[in-house]
Ligand binder design. Structure first.
Ligand code: DP6
Length: 362
């Protein structure tokens, strides 16, 4: 599909009013997206586990205006309170998607949103937030085009979410989603995320992700600034090639159920992401001393216990601890005994691989 396929024209019978809602999960990248071109086109392919517990719930009421708005007309409430500082981000999102959603200026919207995870936990809410919003808009569009099929609905929801935040395009479906052109994945595209449809060994069913909240502070650097630093980065070409190779290798790992191979690729991707940040100009370090303490503890425990616990990181200090279902008891105990002490206010979130967004009854 191309961008043009997402431009619908000739809505018939625009509804007067209505309300829709979606719950959309966060996701954790195993192969990292870091670097993008204009229009939210990724510099390399990425792949993520869709999460389950960390999610955003969004409802959107809409009412037809007497005449189309000059600018976008909407109110925004976050956990019940007006949230003016979120408005510019949504305005930018609306501007980017308006060629694809022609009815945007025809309505006044009331958006109510909230996260399942604690506010300012350092967990990025852009993936779950933007995907929930994209799904609400698609639900309104489907109301105008009742013959729309599910395949188009999901692809366009992911396409729109990408324009809000790149990683959000991987938060529509579960349980493994790939985004960005890759030779070995025939339906892969830079335009939207696709459900990973190659063989995946059952050892990856119900995979766990315990998120250790190491630092809940404001991000030192926005991901958009971080992505842009890849433009003149001395190691950019090698990094983008490496992401392609790592994704190819991960496909074999998924097929074989090779947990040792999984650990190597996932941890290397996380450290490479941070290495890119440390070697950009300007450079920055997002890990905290406790991030490193946790990594060292994980390595020592993995060696001693012969389990397959491993870590990954986002663009921040928090640590995602990943492990298979059949090792969960011993690793839970290890987290409680040895890792929780390094979390801010001992806070952590038990999450696992999930099955994607779902519609809310509103
Ligand atoms: C490190 O999706 O937040 O989490 O497209 O600028 O909104 P924007 O960036 P964003 O970048 C996420 C980067 C990452 C890795 C990943 O999720 O693949």
């Amino acid at each position: 599909m191309t961008e043009k396929d997402f431009i619908l024209s000739g809505y018939q019978n625009l509804k007067k009013e209505g309300k829709v809602g979606y719950k959309s999960p966060s996701n954790i990248a195993l192969i990292k997206y870091w670097g993008k071109r204009a229009n939210q086109i990724p510099a390399n392919p990425s792949l993520s586990f869709t999460l389950d517990a960390c999610a955003t719930k969004t409802t959107m009421s809409f009412e037809r205006l007497a005449k189309p708005a000059e600018n976008f007309s909407f109110e925004l409430y976050f956990e019940g309170e007006p949230k003016p500082d979120f408005k510019p981000k949504i305005e930018t999102f609306f501007k980017r998607i308006s060629p694809y959603i022609p009815f945007l200026k025809e309505y006044h919207f009331v958006i109510n949103t909230g996260n399942s995870f604690p506010h300012s936990s350092g967990i990025a809410s852009s993936a779950s937030g933007m995907s929930a919003l994209a799904l609400c808009l698609m639900e309104i569009e489907r109301g105008h085009q009742p013959t729309m099929d599910d395949d188009f609905f999901l692809k366009k929801a992911s396409f729109l979410a990408r324009l809000g935040s790149g990683s959000a395009c991987r938060s529509i479906e579960g349980s493994i989603v790939q985004w960005g052109k890759h030779d070995a994945i025939s339906d892969s595209t830079d335009l939207y995320g696709v459900k990973y449809s190659d063989e995946v060994h059952s050892v990856f069913d119900n995979y766990h992700d315990t998120i250790l909240l190491v630092d809940k502070g404001e991000k030192q650097v926005s991901s958009t600034v971080g992505h842009n630093l890849m433009h003149d980065h001395p190691f950019a070409t090698q990094r983008f090639e490496q992401a392609h190779r790592n994704l190819s290798q991960l496909m074999t790992v998924f097929k074989k159920g090779d947990l040792d191979g999984f650990v190597k690729i996932v941890e290397s991707e996380a450290l490479t992401l941070h290495a890119m940040m440390m070697t950009s100009m300007p450079y920055f370090i997002l890990m905290k001393p406790n991030t490193l303490e946790i990594i060292n503890k994980i390595w020592a425990f993995r060696e001693a216990s012969k389990t397959h616990v491993c870590f990954t990181l986002d663009a921040g200090a928090n640590v995602h601890v990943l492990y298979p279902e059949n090792e969960k008891e011993i690793i839970h105990q290890f987290i409680k005994d040895e890792l929780v002490a390094y979390c801010q206010n001992q806070q952590y979130i038990c999450d696992r691989i999930g099955f994607g967004a779902r519609k809310l009854t509103v």
